[in-house]
Write a protein that binds this ligand. Structure first.
Ligand SMILES: [Zn+2]
Length: 278
């Protein structure tokens, strides 16, 4: 392992990214992931930030800092990852970008947003013609994000929270009478339960010229004794035109990243590689 350590210290991280890219391109050329394409066209790419290392003392100039309520400062490094995700649970890193600190106090939203601009540029350069659909959390419904997706001809399905884009929420709330609805039920034989999902959606919402679709999915689980339990509501915003036949798939795709979000990091930490925090 000393030799591995020496090599890794000398190796530029861009070389590792090149290696990763050529491996993924081989798999794409061999159409290994084609059967997982969303709506037979789109490759789902989850974008998400994750903490990598943290220290109680300053480690370098670029550390992110966080002050606790008691005044204790923690120094850390975060990474923004674009991962190809498949319904089977595969989660494969396409591109990585460090979230670097601004001069002042670190605010997650600003920094992750800035890192996303660099990540998007890199991703487009690496995979210029790949039909990508970005899935991401509630930090992402912003004009900058929509513009980047439009420029790159990417689609997106992102989590939409109460605080996001008030003008869009206003349009949703004033169109409550005209929302389209659909109900789906699936039985889960293993767990002996029935999962019911009530979908509501609207198309053609306007946000600075971007035409957006809104989906809400309310999920309830009924067990074999007939008792019902709500398992949450999942709200997404997308540039796909939502139809009766696609609404369930679009909502599901938006949730896929949550289901396998930590797959990659979990594999690195627990399944075989035993990577630990530095
Ligand atoms: Zn540092």
């Amino acid at each position: 392992m000393d030799t591995v350590d020496e090599v890794m210290r000398k190796l530029e991280e861009t070389e590792l990214e090149k290696l990763k890219m050529s491996m993924v391109k081989t798999l794409l050329n061999k159409k290994v992931f084609h059967k997982y394409r969303f709506l037979k066209k789109w490759f789902l790419v989850a974008v998400d930030g994750s903490g990598m290392v943290s220290y109680s003392k300053r480690h370098c100039d670029n550390c992110l800092t966080k002050t606790s309520s008691k005044g204790k400062i923690t120094y850390s490094h975060h990474v923004l990852e674009a991962k190809l995700i498949c319904a089977s649970g595969f989660s494969i890193s396409l591109a990585t970008e460090w979230v670097e600190n601004a001069e002042k106090e670190f605010e997650k939203q600003d920094c992750e947003q800035k890192a996303f601009k660099r990540l998007a540029k890199k991703l487009k350069k690496m995979y210029p013609r790949l039909p990508i659909c970005i899935t991401a959390d509630g930090l992402y419904p912003t004009i900058t994000f929509f513009d980047i997706c439009k420029d790159n001809q990417w689609n997106f399905i992102v989590t939409f929270q109460d605080g996001n884009l008030p003008s869009v929420w206003k349009q949703i709330n004033s169109n409550r009478d005209t929302v389209k609805k659909r109900k789906c039920s699936n039985s889960n034989q293993k767990a002996d339960t029935v999962v019911s999902r009530n979908y509501k959606w609207l198309n053609q919402l306007d946000y600075h010229g971007h035409k957006l679709g809104w989906i809400e999915c309310c999920e309830t689980v009924t067990d074999n004794k007939g008792s019902q339990k709500s398992t949450g509501s999942f709200v997404h915003i997308t540039n796909f035109k939502i139809s009766d036949s696609d609404v369930a798939r679009i909502s599901e795709a938006g949730r896929l990243r949550w289901k396998i979000e930590n797959e990659g990091f979990n594999t690195q930490k627990n399944l075989g590689y035993k990577l630990k925090h530095k």
